[in-house]
Design a protein around this ligand. Sequence first.
Ligand SMILES: NC(=O)c1ccc[n+]([C@@H]2O[C@H](COP(=O)([O-])OP(=O)(O)OC[C@H]3O[C@@H](n4cnc5c(N)ncnc54)[C@H](OP(=O)(O)O)[C@@H]3O)[C@@H](O)[C@H]2O)c1
Length: 270
Amino acid sequence: MTPALYNPMGTTALVTGASSGLGVGFAHELARRGADLVLTARRLDRLEALAVDLAEKYGTVSTVIPLDLAAPGAVAELMRDLTDRDIRVSTLVNNAGFALFGSVVDAPADRVHDQVTVNVTALTELSHALLPGLQAAALAHPHGAALVNLASTAAFQPVPQLAVYAASKAYVLSLTEALWYETRGTGLKVTAVCPGPTETEFYAVARRSPGGPRRLMSVDEVMQAAFAALDAARTPPHVVAGTGNRITAWLAGSAPRRAVVTVTGRLSRR
Ligand SMILES: NC(=O)c1ccc[n+]([C@@H]2O[C@H](COP(=O)([O-])OP(=O)(O)OC[C@H]3O[C@@H](n4cnc5c(N)ncnc54)[C@H](OP(=O)(O)O)[C@@H]3O)[C@@H](O)[C@H]2O)c1
């Protein structure tokens, strides 16, 4: 079957967490495919530099919106901003997110709150607010509209020392797969991207080394997996980047949960 290439040319894509790591990767590939961008994150200087880079490389227009997604009312503010600028979003990449390592009992309450707000609440509210527009865009631009939510291989099992983060990503995976089903037949491509440990600022932000001898994936490798899913004639409800990660995710889903959490608990103590 001929692949139904995802083609956002002439549309606008919104990427959250566009100031570093995977968000920058998504912005580049979307711009390379001819989409204009809305770039949001807290670090304005990074977003402005990226907007210039994308304009020089691909000739696309980027709108930069600095925003703290953990702040009260952030998504409502973003929606007002998009309306005021008359921007219609055809692709949403809910990429912003971060992790807090350590036992839940030791975690500062405000960091736990922010983690759930960014990883879960903002992602859900933004998906909900933009979904009608994304579906309309899918009608107007066949194969040109998408909802991409960043989950993780941490979504497939509980992870002690990373408990809130893994639970937040399990939520993202579950929500996105349900949305994939709810939007079947609308033409909207919906998928949860599940990277394993990847070379970004993620571990520096979490103040933790990735641990173990395994190689970190590159942003490019994760982008290849994400856009292969979008390019598929039938975009899958989720995509795990990397063969090893796919095997581990499958094993975690197949083994008894008590055994799985015991193994992940032991591994996370290393
Ligand atoms: N790297 C990995 O190993 C890995 C593995 C699986 C899943 N993921 C997921 O991939 C996504 C991207 O992470 P990454 O690896 O690219 O990490 P990263 O380099 O640390 O990027 C995280 C992005 O999220 C933004 N962000 C964080 N807190 C925010 C807030 N309060 N408001 C708005 N934006 C915020 C950051 O921007 P500002 O700081 O400028 O606000 C940054 O652009 C995340 O959802 C992460 O959970 C990463």
